[in-house]
Design a protein around this ligand. Structure first.
Ligand code: NDP
Length: 405
């Protein structure tokens, strides 16, 4: 019998488990395994109520390669979806290699002791996955993930040549709380407090964190015009390599003034630091302490109202006219609609649905290709069809605005 293992029972793991259960024909026996059994069981109970599908649960420590490999060898799943944290990417890739299981994740590896992420560590597994005849799909969330597939689609169907890509991520949702992050607070704050970086004419350019912003008018009136801030984001690394003729690629995210003010204060008082400090003989890391006192992102679901818009603003030579033009490929998601479907806000939903869709491409065999791949390296068509079918419909707009250089 086909079996699928999902590791991680947080906000995104909840969505992945729900969506896989909606397609139990593809995923067969679904296992939700994580560090805390109660969280797996709560999600499984919810899925039983909403779909009637029985999701099996177990405890694993994904940092323990030997124990995870033993678990996988006994169970013999076809695919493991890593929806734990980026810290577990390499150990889970090792366990999959040892047990002969295909691998998928949504975020690239980051060493816990150093807030720096890059694909090198995972790309180094290329030969081992090839030799084992296994596929590793890297970054199958929304960004990275869908944004990479949007670029592949644009190159296949819309443009003969892509010159610039601006990935724009807006969360116009409001949870009514003074401050909360929409996904794992530690990972989120590490990402946002890092220096901004973009790629232009073959070179990486660095700017101080959150120092470059401009306004962008989103295609949905409920979102309207918002300030977007230039950040570094991991898909820039692979897209800069894999899109031929590219001259510049950047990533932008919206933040409210309130969010930025809270973040600056937390940073100024040292709460976002990952340097250990000692309190009464006990060592703690300020950012990990902060994570414990901030709202659990999984708890924001019932509170959050409003919409998200994530898309790629792409300029290049259009297939249709041979002239230079700009297109915005994007999705709009409504926090409350997501909550009604899977008891989760749109940030976890937009990350979790593409993980399930990437997994569908592996289960069907369409994307099974031994080695380690980013999503733009694979044919976008069936993934784009699945986005429409499984809850993240996309649109292409003839954009009449471009961003400042
Ligand atoms: P959460 O912190 O809510 O959930 C993480 C889960 O992983 C928890 O259930 C946690 O267990 C479990 N876990 C952590 N360490 C281990 C371990 N050693 N062994 C077993 N289980 C472990 O995170 P999110 O759901 O918000 O995010 C999950 C992933 O999704 C992250 O990698 C994040 O970067 C990524 N993401 C990707 C996006 C994209 O668009 N590509 C967007 C948003 C998120 P416990 O419950 O005990 O804490």
């Amino acid at each position: 019998m086909t079996k699928t293992v999902i590791v991680g029972a947080g906000g995104v793991g909840n969505v992945v488990a729900h969506k896989c259960a909606q397609d139990a024909e593809t995923f067969g026996e679904i296992w939700l395994v994580s560090r805390t059994l109660e969280k797996c069981e709560a999600i499984a109970a919810d899925i039983r109520n909403s779909t009637g599908v029985e999701v099996k649960t177990a405890v694993i420590d994904a940092d323990d390669v030997a124990a995870t490999a033993t678990f996988l060898k006994e169970l013999k799943p076809k695919l493991l979806l890593n929806i734990a944290l980026p810290y577990q990417d390499l150990t889970l890739m090792d366990a999959c290699l040892e047990a002969g299981v295909h691998y998928l994740d949504t975020a690239n590896y980051e060493p816990p002791e150093n807030p720096h992420f890059e694909y090198k560590w995972q790309w180094d597994y290329q030969d081992r996955f090839k030799e084992a005849g296994l596929t590793a799909l890297l970054g199958s969330g929304f960004d990275p993930g869908v944004t990479n597939v949007y670029c592949a689609y644009a190159l296949k169907h819309l443009f003969d040549e892509i010159e610039t890509v601006d990935i724009i991520d807006a969360n116009a949702g409001d949870h009514g709380l003074p401050f909360a992050t929409n996904f794992n607070p530690e990972i989120n704050i590490r990402e946002i407090t890092a220096n901004g970086r973009y790629w232009e004419e073959g070179e990486w350019k660095e700017i101080p964190a959150l120092s470059v912003k401009q306004d962008f008018s989103f295609p949905d009136p409920d979102i309207g015009t918002r300030s977007i801030y230039l950040l570094y984001h991991e898909e820039l690394e692979s897209l800069a390599q894999n899109l031929p003729d590219l001259k510049r690629i950047r990533f932008w995210m919206t933040f409210s003034e309130n969010y930025i003010t809270h973040l600056k204060v937390l940073e100024n008082v040292g709460m976002t630091s990952i340097e250990p400090i000692e309190i009464d003989g006990k060592e703690i890391i300020p950012l990990q302490f902060l994570q414990k006192v901030l709202p659990d992102p999984a708890s924001l679901g019932p509170l959050t109202k409003g919409k998200t818009c994530i898309g790629c603003l792409i300029t290049g030579r259009l297939k249709e006219t041979g002239e230079t033009g700009t297109r915005f490929i994007y999705n709009i998601c409504d926090h409350q609609t997501c909550y009604e479907e899977v008891k989760s806000q749109a940030i976890s939903y937009t990350a979790g649905v593409p993980a399930m869709i990437g997994a569908r491409q592996l289960m069907s065999g369409a994307w099974l290709r031994p080695g380690v791949w980013n999503l733009e390296q694979l044919d976008p068509d069936s993934f784009m069809d699945d986005l429409n079918a499984w809850g993240l419909p996309w649109h292409v707009l003839e954009a009449n605005q471009s961003l400042e250089p």
